[in-house]
Design a binder for this molecule. Sequence first.
Ligand code: ZN
Length: 278
Amino acid sequence: MCIVCSYDKVYILNDFGNYSTLRCTNCGAVFTDKVIDSKTYSQTEGFQTGHVPFHKRHFDYIPGNITARFYYNYLKEHIDLTKIKSVLDIGAGRGYFIKLFEDKGIKTRGIEPRFDEVAFSVSKNLQYGFFDENYSVNEKFDIVCLAGVLLFFRDNYRILRKVVSMLNPGGYIFIMNPNADSERVVNHFGKRGTPYNTACILTRKGWIEMVEKIGCGLVDYSFYEPNILFDMYYRRRIFKLIKYLLFPSSGYQRAGEDGYNIMLLLSKKTVSPEKAIL
Ligand SMILES: [Zn+2]
């Protein structure tokens, strides 16, 4: 059965031995049949030891900065950032993205479950912690960022509903995720040793339904590649490092509908007075 839409016709996309990836014939969602919650995942993959490989320790700022700036510019294209007063980044890594807002005096918070990232924090507002629907927070935000994060959660709906509850009226959710409509992505999804060793991704059809279900409006849905945070650490590292150092803009490019990543911008619909009374 599909874990997103409950449709009973799903088929095996890839069989990896002790688990498989499945695809729903209705909504197209791709997910693994082995239930690994993302908390267990982040706690068992060796991220908590503080051991950081040499290349990551010394060169992570290159893809980290490119990515942060790319996200920032993407948001700037769609939102009047002068009106933004608070930003939350879930899965903030070392905090490169929130640092850009912090430098402009905007209130930020970053949550990161990997100790090996927090240990190299560049932001004073980055906190070690795990986010899920039980995360306790008193403040609300104008922008919540989920970049390369949602794929690790099996139940996207519960996570997004929680995120919506943490948004100010008219606030935005920014999402970067693998593109479940791309054959290249789904053929790797769930494969150990690749970034797609994860829980669940939605197709465009699934996203349109999800956005409606969580009471948001879809501001933008577009395609980009590669995902340098992943790309950097698989094959020909040195070559890629030099390439990104010399040509930062090659880190992310607009792509066709088969692009590796989707970028989504959602806005929290403001409830009209009539509806609020009902
Ligand atoms: Zn489905």
